[in-house]
Design a binder for this molecule. Structure first.
Ligand SMILES: Nc1nc2c(ncn2[C@@H]2O[C@H](COP(=O)(O)OP(=O)(O)OP(=O)(O)O)[C@@H](O)[C@H]2O)c(=O)[nH]1
Ligand SMILES: *[C@@H]1O[C@H](CO)[C@@H](O)[C@H](O)[C@H]1NC(C)=O
Ligand SMILES: [Mg+2]
Length: 424
């Protein structure tokens, strides 16, 4: 009996204690933390003079990119002690309000389901540094169906619309003219010589797909420009303008941030196929081309220079054009994607250098980028400070001997950014 009523008393004490705790939590000031982010009052993207606190911050229109600092300060005064200062300063000159117009463009990522957390990192950085204010769409492609986790996580991270597509089998397999035995022998040989990805079948499908097919996927037909994003990249600086718009307004078709020499074992006969193409299709070669970027002897031999294609912003209509397709098909027929290990970087680079005018290729000094193992950190302290960069300038690869970027500058008679000599 005594133990029974003791237990009863303990229940009551627990209940009272529990209710007290719930009361404190529900009346504490914690929720006001989140409130400004959703209510649109303390954290406002409204235009001066406009006050529709319920309007969605996700809509793409020109009103969302004009942070109104005075209203922020005023409305947060009453909550001074509990509300974090989400817009601490007047927007700097280099983060101007994004204008309303959007380009017909998308981000594009090729990935496996297992890449989810690596691509999540990349997306977060692209969003934080740029896309949160622009809300461009993002297309994801895979040779297998994407799983629910992949779709859920990426949809929650991307501020624009997300699209998920499967790659048609034809675009991710051996074409009928490839001798499978010969291809297998090559892989075995490359495995013994320890050539990176040399024994991989899927890596070859990936390189062929990126070279000749991604831009023809139905999900990309609706777009004019693309920005390729790979897993585990980093962006070190704010992007203070719309690179898509820059590309369009300046009639650029292809762009890069890093360039280097290709590993020769992977492309021994790529230049032979290229020369064959030049001979067969002289009409496709631009009169003002960048052969000087690719060759030191007027086109006789390839110097292995290429733009590093894990970052690229480019024009899809150019890739879908007859000159590019004719080039890709010449290479594809020769079989080097399987009999060697041709990468999409030299393929895109040779095409851009031969088919485009020099001034259609752009180097983005102000997009700071890392993909293992190379870093592009903008040259020029002033730029780095204004763009709030967090890369170490000593890591910048641009002016090192193994980079081809100096060559690009010389060929185009561009003035190298101040301070480049100190990084050689
Ligand atoms: N769906 C799919 N995507 C792939 C496959 N292999 C590579 N990818 C994607 O293709 C892109 C390039 O592949 P990576 O493995 O990053 O190749 P890499 O950049 O040359 O080498 P790393 O130094 O390993 O990054 C990445 O976006 C990958 O997610 C594959 O078999 N299936
Ligand atoms: C975007 O570009 C694609 C490819 O050029 C085109 O087919 C499509 O009509 C364009 N969409 C808009 C809205 O302009
Ligand atoms: Mg990669």
């Amino acid at each position: 009996m005594a133990t029974g009523s003791g237990r009863y008393l303990r229940y009551i004490l627990f209940a009272v204690f529990g209710i007290t705790i719930i009361y404190f939590i529900s009346t504490s000031s914690l929720p006001s933390y989140a409130q400004p982010l959703t209510s649109g009052t303390a954290f406002s993207w409204e235009r001066p003079g406009e006050s529709t606190p319920s309007s969605s911050t996700n809509e793409i229109d020109d009103s969302i990119h004009l942070p109104q600092t005075t209203s922020v300060v005023e409305s947060s005064q009453s909550e001074e002690t509990t509300t974090p200062n989400v817009i601490p300063t007047i927007p700097s000159e280099l983060s101007p309000p994004a204008p309303g117009e959007r380009i017909n463009a998308t981000f594009i990522t090729l990935a496996r389901n297992t890449d989810i957390w690596e691509i999540a990192r990349s997306i977060r950085q692209v969003e934080d540094r740029f896309n949160r204010n622009y809300n461009y769409d993002w297309v994801f492609l895979n040779d297998k169906p994407f799983d629910e986790t992949f779709k859920k996580v990426t949809t929650s991270l991307v501020s624009g619309k997300t699209h998920y597509g499967e790659i048609p089998v034809d675009h991710w397999s051996f074409p009928p003219w490839i001798d499978q035995k010969k291809a297998e022998a090559v892989r075995e040989d490359m495995r013994r010589r320890k050539i990176i990805y040399g024994d991989s079948v899927s890596y070859r499908h990936m390189c062929r797909f990126e070279s000749g097919f991604f831009f023809r996927h139905p999900l990309l037909q609706q777009f004019e420009y693309y920005w390729r994003v790979e897993p585990s990249i980093e962006l070190f600086c704010d992007i203070h303008y719309d690179p898509f718009r820059f590309m369009k307004e300046n009639k650029k078709k292809y762009s890069f941030v890093l360039s280097l020499y290709e590993y020769v074992e992977t492309i021994p006969t790529l230049w032979d196929s290229t020369k064959k193409f030049i001979k067969a299709h002289p009409e496709h070669i631009s009169p003002d081309n960048s052969m000087g970027f690719l060759s030191d002897d007027g086109g006789d031999t390839y110097n292995k220079c290429h733009f590093w294609s894990n970052f690229e912003i480019g024009n899809l209509d150019w890739l879908r054009s007859k000159p590019y397709i004719d080039f890709f098909e010449t290479l594809d027929k020769d079989g080097g994607f399987f009999y060697e290990r041709w990468g999409d970087a030299p393929v895109h680079s040779i095409a851009a250098s031969l088919l485009l005018r020099k001034d259609e290729i752009h180097f983005f000094n102000d997009i700071a980028y890392y993909h293992v193992p190379f870093t592009h950190c903008p040259t020029g302290e002033d730029v780095r400070r204004k763009l709030r960069c967090h890369c170490n300038p000593a890591d910048n690869f641009d002016w090192k001997p193994y980079s081809c970027t100096s060559r690009f500058f010389d060929l185009n008679k561009l003035k190298k950014p101040e301070g480049w000599e100190t990084q050689v």
